[in-house]
Design a protein around this ligand. Structure first.
Ligand SMILES: [Zn+2]
Length: 338
């Protein structure tokens, strides 16, 4: 199968994506809409070019912040959800758990309850029109300390929304060690929310141990530095703790892996560690979920049977109910007609 045959085949198979950031699905056309709303004029070609001309993590973060500054009101999230819908449809994704990070928007003066109202309206509309299920995980933020994260979590409780099923912790690991956020995670898990955390993306295995021991994270985001610690690899296997793999994202940031073919996902999978495949920030890293599976097949020698397992894993390792997981796995088998 060549790349276009592979992608066309796989686009028709139902898939899930579990590590995806809401603000990073917006394309240039969506960004243009935000810009026009905010400044009342078109964005210049130079500005557009500059926005996507980064080639390292810092440049990416700068662009990300610039785009965040283009939102005028919570209504702009409608544009973002329209972009999310397009992305999900194009990739044949039927279920997703998406991170949203409220901190920057709250600092801009947006009201949390207004954000959540727009989220719920758009998620309901997308479900009605496409059948796609979108669940949200609040990234409580590791950048501004535990009190800020706790305040975010409290908003989640104060304004309950059926679409928001748990919390996550993204951002610079070195600046916000996982253990600092243990009180938020303890509370969230006790109160019936799910909890995941980015760990081992750009900090060593100790960050993953912290996410396990202090946060009791139900999945590990990235987790690639586990490859440096055999005891941790055994622990992930024994405890069946899923790792959310983001290959292109990791090769872009170049912290641990320079090339896709050197990505530890192959070793994780062969060892029996549960893994699922994701894009992280598809527009910013110029990838799609279909591309990520193609990389697994072409650069990491995953056979088609193994690709099928990876596709099923995303459903199995999601926060769907057991019945939903069973039905979703069955649907993958039914659609897998090579
Ligand atoms: Zn991420």
């Amino acid at each position: 199968m060549n790349k276009s045959e592979f992608k066309s085949f796989l686009s028709a198979v139902p898939k899930a994506e579990l590590h995806l950031h809401l603000e990073a699905v917006i394309t240039l056309s969506g960004i243009n809409k935000l810009y026009k709303n905010k400044f009342g004029k078109e964005m210049s070609k130079e500005e557009q070019k500059e926005l996507f001309s980064y080639n390292d993590l810092n440049g990416f973060i700068q662009s990300f912040l610039k785009i965040q500054g283009m939102y005028s009101s919570v209504e702009d999230f409608r544009v973002v959800f329209d972009e999310l819908k397009k992305y999900l449809v194009k990739n044949g994704i039927t279920y997703t758990e998406v991170f949203f990070a409220p901190t920057a928007f709250l600092k801009m003066g947006f009201k949390y309850e207004d954000m959540v109202r727009v989220f719920h309206e758009k998620i309901t509309e997308i479900k009605e029109k496409t059948g796609i299920t979108i669940k949200l995980l609040m990234d409580v933020s590791r950048t501004f300390g535990c009190d800020n994260a706790m305040n975010n979590y409290n908003l989640l409780k104060q304004f309950p929304c059926e679409d928001i099923i748990g919390i996550g912790l993204g951002g610079a690991e070195a600046k916000g060690p996982a253990k600092d956020f243990a009180p938020v995670y303890e509370k969230a898990l006790k109160e019936g929310f799910h909890a995941v955390a980015h760990a081992g993306e750009d900090v060593g295995p100790e960050s993953i141990w912290d996410a396990i021991n202090y946060l009791h994270s139900e999945r590990i985001g990235h987790g690639i530095t586990a490859i440096q610690d055999e005891k941790l690899m055994e622990e992930l296997k024994k405890s069946k703790l899923p790792v959310e793999i983001c290959i292109t994202s990791n090769t872009f940031t170049k912290k641990i892996v320079k090339k896709a073919k050197d990505h530890p996902v192959r070793v994780f999978f062969d060892k029996g560690i549960p893994v699922n495949i994701n894009t992280d920030d598809p527009v910013f890293f110029k990838t799609t979920l279909l591309d990520e599976f193609w990389i697994c097949h072409k650069d990491l020698n995953f056979t088609m049977d193994e690709i099928k397992e990876l596709v099923k894993n995303s459903f199995r390792q999601s926060f769907m109910s057991d019945k939903e997981k069973k039905d979703a796995v069955k649907a993958v088998d039914a659609a897998w007609q090579i």
